[in-house]
Design a binder for this molecule. Sequence first.
Ligand code: ADP
Ligand code: MG
Length: 314
Amino acid sequence: MIQLYIPLNFLGVLYREIKQSLTDLDKMFVLMEREREVADKAGAPALAGLERPTVRFEHVHFAYEPSRPILHDVSFEIPAGKTVAVVGPSGSGKSTLARLLYRFYDVGIPGSPSVAGGITIAGQDIREVTQASVRRAIGIVPQDTVLFNDTVEYNIAYGRAGASRAEVEAAARAAHIHDFIRSTPKGYDTMVGERGLKLSGGEKQRVAIARTLLKDPPILIFDEATSALDSANERAIQAELESAARNKTTLVIAHRLSTVVHAHEILVMEAGRIIERGTHEALLASGGRYARMWALQQRRGDKIEPQAAIQSLP
Ligand code: ADP
Ligand code: MG
């Protein structure tokens, strides 16, 4: 009979190692699951004409699962260099718009190929060009940021390979995260993420903002980009985001209506449909849903409940 003798503490180490790699594996599958949703067409070219791109959603229908349509016939245009804002209750489909533009998923209802619609950037259907070129053109500050298990510097520089330390620091200063980073044991070389320094929601959000400011792409998506910040930080960073968005084609998903007042157009979403649209003045004058939301926020001192993060984007 073979005798097995394994020291208990060795088993403990082994157990931790296995558990850790299972967690990583889990994450990999989650990522692969997402990657599987979209694939480049054979010989797809890169997105072109990105000096000042116009973004268009044309009759977009979408469902994550066939049985539950999420977006119904959504059409809007973000003219080159302009900002379009999306507001509406939690679960109305706002973040889904951001995910579709970044092409985490393709438009359409699985199993119903006749209903889909399309999204174009500078006149090109994003299904017809490489996914990498779409993602290069877009900077996204998601609702819930997931950081890489790597250094702070890597996490900020990601998206713009070859950025210098000085450029990384400038972006971090603009996102009001520089002083915090300097206070950590190894500064910009501090490891963050699950196996490093754990950052708060607001700190992660500011790292994502720094990353996007550094990337400086022609198209920006801010998905409740400052929702995890306290109001003093939020106001300061809001100003940075507004200046970053100047002359960029920008989709802003807002939790505070005060940040959308100057948008070229405001879309009010409910249950996957655009139920109202127009400028701030026009929407106030029409006395509908937006006007009521505005009145409510004014009374509550400009704060509505931050929306629960339903799904995170990397
Ligand atoms: P919002 O950003 O307006 O709060 P979302 O676009 O995140 O709303 O979500 C819209 C709807 O889609 C919600 O009902 C949500 O539960 C559902 N949903 C979001 N992500 C997924 C997913 N990965 N799989 C299935 N349903 C999802
Ligand atoms: Mg959302």
